[in-house]
Design a binder for this molecule. Structure first.
Ligand SMILES: [Zn+2]
Length: 293
């Protein structure tokens, strides 16, 4: 796993390189640099001084905050599910996403962007494209759909079912095969076969990240939010079909259930859901920093 992760990271210009490995690379660079400086110091003291000052800028620069894309489901002409008492899923999703946005942004650890912050219709593919445009490191879609069985209640979380094996993802993978998204010089000049191998490794990393985030949500929801039986599920949701951004879809409950709908209409309950989600996001990114632990 480490070898694969490292290979992907190396060849995609460090896109997925875990921080622990970055630290090692930086340390190695510093050691190498010191040797260079030392050897220059004897013969060219002026040059050595210049070299000594250059890397300090890089060492002190804070790492960029990861971008999280929150996606409140539906909107505008698409109301989503309509609850037993008449509440619209699109409004519940938007209100809950706003609460989560405020918690995450307020923590100062992330840059949080929303696919929509008002009641407007955005096509599904447009949501994924927005996440790419903002170079999101995590995509979270928030819903409260309806089921035919009105007795079913509880939250659940979904990841993409079969990776690149379905037509839609295969299309995306093909489109992405140009690999421009990874914006690394390492990709250019490689044969299409090697690019394809790299793309599939990136997909595997994405699948792994999505599964990790889903597990983190379930763990955080336990004892806080009522969960569906077998709450971590798989489905072919369009918004989860990003090839390179770990993505989950959270069903906060079902509008078809009287108790779930009543709870989701309450700001206090939505705040509890948002808090549980924030814990899940924190745990997810903490585990990304220490993937070997
Ligand atoms: Zn929905």
């Amino acid at each position: 796993m480490l070898t694969r992760r490292f290979l992907v990271s190396f060849l995609t210009g460090g896109l997925f390189l875990p921080q622990t490995l970055w630290a090692r690379v930086r340390k190695a660079r510093r050691i190498k640099h010191r040797k260079v400086v030392k050897s220059h110091h004897v013969a060219h003291p002026v040059k050595a001084k210049k070299i000594l000052h250059a890397p300090a800028v890089h060492r002190n620069a804070p790492p960029p905050k990861p971008v999280i894309m929150l996606d409140p489901g539906h909107g505008g002409k698409d109301p989503g599910a309509i609850g037993v008492s008449g509440a619209y899923e699109k409004h519940i999703a938007q209100a809950a996403a706003h609460s989560l946005h405020n918690l995450l942004q307020g923590s100062g650890r992330y840059n949080v962007v929303m696919t929509r912050s008002e009641d407007k219709f955005i096509p599904l593919q447009g949501r994924v494209e927005l996440a790419h445009k903002h170079r999101a490191k995590l995509f979270i879609s928030m819903h409260a759909d309806a089921l035919l069985n009105r007795n079913v209640r509880g939250a659940s979380v979904y990841t993409l079912s079969s990776g690149a094996s379905d037509r839609q993802t295969a299309f995306l993978a093909q489109r992405e095969n140009s690999a421009d998204r990874f914006a690394s010089a390492s990709f250019h000049g490689l044969s299409p076969e090697v690019q394809q191998i790299l793309a599939s490794l990136v997909h595997e990393e994405t699948r792994r990240g999505s599964a990790h985030m889903a597990a983190s949500v379930v763990k955080s929801f336990r004892n806080r939010i009522n969960l569906l039986t077998h709450p971590a599920r798989h489905a072919g949701f369009m918004v989860l079909k990003s090839a390179d951004i770990p993505s989950v879809l959270v069903e906060m409950g079902f509008m078809s259930n009287r108790l779930d709908e009543a709870a989701l209409k309450q700001a206090k309950h939505r705040q509890q859901v948002a808090l549980a989600m924030k814990h899940a996001v924190d745990a997810y990114f903490a585990s990304q920093k220490h993937p070997l632990g």
